[in-house]
Design a protein around this ligand. Structure first.
Ligand code: IPE
Length: 274
């Protein structure tokens, strides 16, 4: 089984104040996945897509401060904020599935707010049986960063990365692919330092010389949050790779298992044993 995470920065204009889809990327990615599935049966292979929210989620989650503690007097405003945020990311996911369906992919968009609950921002309940049933029947489940009910904070935001990491820990995957808007993980911020180098294999956060976690922060943690989740996963024996989804053919090649430019995140123990 393969999980492919499509970052919000790939599928949307992430810095746009209004929700805006990057249709060029979405169209090309849907074609690449459709092409891959022409000679790979979803029923045998198993593929799950998790996508980010980008400008369909972050601006609303920030505006309504979803995930921050609040007094009961603010409940009505928070509830509306929750509904607005969910409705926006849900509609976005519907459009993504539409593009997949046009490419003959039996995509089914599943709202995480309907099958996930959390406790202090961490997933505490996840209806995995439903996901497994869709996969066994040859569907392509499409999950996404969403708002969910939280038994400590009443409501919170769950990132696509946390969903991906939960799935990878609780189901068996051969491959976890993160498609982002950068070539992979660099030792320094490549936008600020000319001598930033792409790290081909990452074992721990210590491999990053000067990771400036403040340059890429959104409501769910930005790149730093992603790497933390992936290292945790690597320590449990699940390898993952970060690739640039803006480079044509990288997604289809990564799905096919062809070596592509990017960062492989694997545990220290495995790299010692070769
Ligand atoms: C955030 O999801 C979800 C909401 C803000 C509702 P992600 O954290 O997975 O989204 P991206 O990939 O950063 O855009």
């Amino acid at each position: 089984m393969i999980i492919l995470k499509l970052g919000g920065s790939i599928l949307t204009e992430k810095d746009s104040l209004k929700p805006k889809i990057n249709l060029d990327n979405l169209n090309r990615i849907a074609i690449e996945i459709g092409d891959f599935l022409k000679d790979h049966d979803l029923k045998d292979e198993g593929l799950i897509i998790v996508h980010g929210a980008g400008s369909f989620g972050h601006p609303y989650a920030k505006k309504y401060r979803i995930g921050e503690p609040f007094p009961d007097s603010e409940y009505p405003k928070k509830r509306i904020g929750f509904s607005i945020t969910h409705n926006s990311v849900n509609g976005f996911s519907g459009v993504i599935s539409e593009y997949f369906i046009e490419n003959d992919i039996p995509a089914i968009s599943i709202p995480p707010s309907s099958i996930i609950k959390s406790s202090n921002k961490r997933i505490s309940y996840f209806n995995l049986d439903l996901i497994k049933d869709y996969v066994f029947q040859g569907f392509l489940p499409v999950l996404y960063g969403d708002v969910v009910l939280d038994d400590t904070l009443k409501m919170t935001v769950i990132s696509g990365d946390q969903i991906l990491s939960y799935l990878a820990k609780n189901l068996i995957f051969e491959k976890v692919i993160l498609a982002t808007d950068v070539d992979g993980v660099f030792n320094k911020n490549p936008k600020l330092y000319d001598d930033a180098k792409l790290i081909k294999v990452l074992n721990s956060l210590e491999d990053l010389d000067s990771f400036d976690s403040t340059t890429n922060v959104d409501v769910t943690g930005g790149m730093f949050g992603k790497i933390q989740e992936l290292i945790e996963l690597a320590d449990l024996g699940v390898e993952s790779m970060i690739i640039n989804a803006q480079t044509p053919s990288l997604i289809i090649n990564a799905l096919k298992g062809i070596e592509v430019k990017g960062t492989l995140i694997k545990s220290k123990l495995e790299s010692f044993s070769g």
